[in-house]
Design a protein around this ligand. Structure first.
Ligand code: PGA
Length: 247
């Protein structure tokens, strides 16, 4: 069985003070959760949030990492730096990175392979834009993102996929339960072709895009949806309601 996994993505929000205060509030609320829980925070907040989350179910993740071991890459963060603080998860290829920072399937691939080589769990984001969905290109876009982004991955089950339709991110416009299930089932089918049925059946696939306390139950009830990548709603205690989706 695939254990559910709810991850928050704080994006460029929070400070050391407000972030630690939120984690303090969340800790007792997520105590009895049956799923894996992570918060992917801005890199500079990682040490403070790791300390704040200590002794709880909340694991702290990063929002990006570079593929090189070290070197002249101003502004970047390495796997070694993340691991030093006990980071386990790292978001790779979020659509905002693709849209605003020139991330491509090739750089997604380099980052993913480097994360895996360093025993970090990459949360690899894929998803189509509104224009691509409306011109029936969703499957073709996902095919390319998965084929190129995951090239050379040896053990698919060591990573997590987040399906995030770009049109649903931060817009309040969630995919319907059926749309999300249908597309995630398609992703699993594609992964089965690329990596074999057994691995595809075991890999966790999250939904992301305006998932919140009100719509999480319906989405999580879908057969192929194993969790959520939560942006806006992870900045408040609503995140705990999503973590407790089964209660
Ligand atoms: P949202 O963001 O929940 O605010 O739509 C999700 C994401 O970008 O990971």
């Amino acid at each position: 069985m695939r254990r559910p996994f709810i991850a928050g993505n704080w994006k460029m929000n929070m400070t050391a003070e407000s972030g630690a205060a939120l984690i303090k509030e969340l800790k007792p609320l997520v105590k009895g959760a049956k799923c894996d829980v992570a918060l992917c925070v801005p890199a500079i907040l990682i040490p403070t949030m790791v300390r704040a989350a200590k002794g709880s179910r909340i694991k702290i993740g990063a929002q990006n990492m570079h593929w090189a071991k070290n070197g002249a890459y101003t502004g970047e963060i390495s796997a070694e730096m993340l691991k030093e603080y006990g980071v386990k998860y790292v978001i790779i290829g979020h659509s905002e990175r693709r849209q605003y920072f020139g991330e491509t399937d090739q750089t997604v691939n380099q980052r993913t392979l480097a994360a895996l080589a360093n025993d970090l769990t990459p949360i690899v984001c894929v998803g189509e834009t509104l224009e691509e969905r409306e011109s029936s290109k969703t499957n073709a876009v996902l095919d390319k993102q998965l084929t190129d982004g995951l090239a050379g991955v040896e053990d698919l089950t060591k990573l997590v996929i987040a399906y995030e339709p770009v049109w649903a991110i931060g817009t309040g416009k969630t995919a319907t339960d059926e749309q999300a299930q249908e597309t995630i089932a398609y992703i699993r089918k594609k992964l089965s072709k690329l990596f074999g049925h057994k691995a595809a059946n075991r890999v966790k696939i999250q939904y992301g895009g305006s998932m919140n306390a009100a719509n999480c139950k319906g989405l999580m009830a879908q057969k192929d949806i194993d969790g959520g990548l939560i942006g806006g709603a992870s900045l408040k205690t609503d995140f705990a309601t999503i973590v407790n989706f089964d209660k």
